[in-house]
Design a protein around this ligand. Sequence first.
Ligand SMILES: [Zn+2]
Length: 90
Amino acid sequence: MSDGVHDPLRPSWLCDTCGEPWPCKSAKLYILNPYMATSISISLLVWDRFEQAAEDMPDTPAADLYDRMILWTRTWRMRNSIRPEEQPAD
Ligand SMILES: [Zn+2]
């Protein structure tokens, strides 16, 4: 049931549109869309997906899932110099 927005298929966590491991390049661009995303909304979304993926793929090391689901957003944040007040509190 692909609607062209590159959502993950569960429990495989492959993209429903292009078949790449989710988040694929298009999904990342969608998540980072400046018209819909704030730093906090991105964090909440990828953390939610991380928890779902951990439930679906219990044999995958959490560190691997963290790198795949969350770490790329931190790299993006550093590249785009999000102001400190926009960073979620740790
Ligand atoms: Zn895709």
